[in-house]
Design a protein around this ligand. Structure first.
Ligand SMILES: [Zn+2]
Length: 81
């Protein structure tokens, strides 16, 4: 994975499991930390656990996906059918 700002390959600096974290465990099960050796940017990626991914097809999520799709299509000049 490369740095968003300068394109240099990021260095993996660690993972933290979130399974036992009351604030995150229902949404994410792990956070991974990366840093850029060139420009010192830091990146955190949060992993969705499988039980959350399977719930992504709820009406609320579909609504969000449709909204985001509409924004993308608006950006391209198309419309949602
Ligand atoms: Zn960088």
């Amino acid at each position: 994975m490369n740095c968003y700002y300068c394109g240099t390959e990021l260095i993996h600096t660690g993972d933290t499991r979130l399974d036992n974290d009351d604030e995150y465990r229902d949404i994410y099960d792990m956070v991974t930390f990366l840093k850029c050796p060139r420009c010192a940017a830091t990146v955190e990626t949060y992993r969705r656990p499988i039980h959350v991914i399977s719930k992504l097809h709820t009406a609320r999520e579909k609504m969000l996906v449709n909204f985001l799709l509409a924004v993308v299509l608006w950006g391209t000049g198309s419309t949602v059918e």
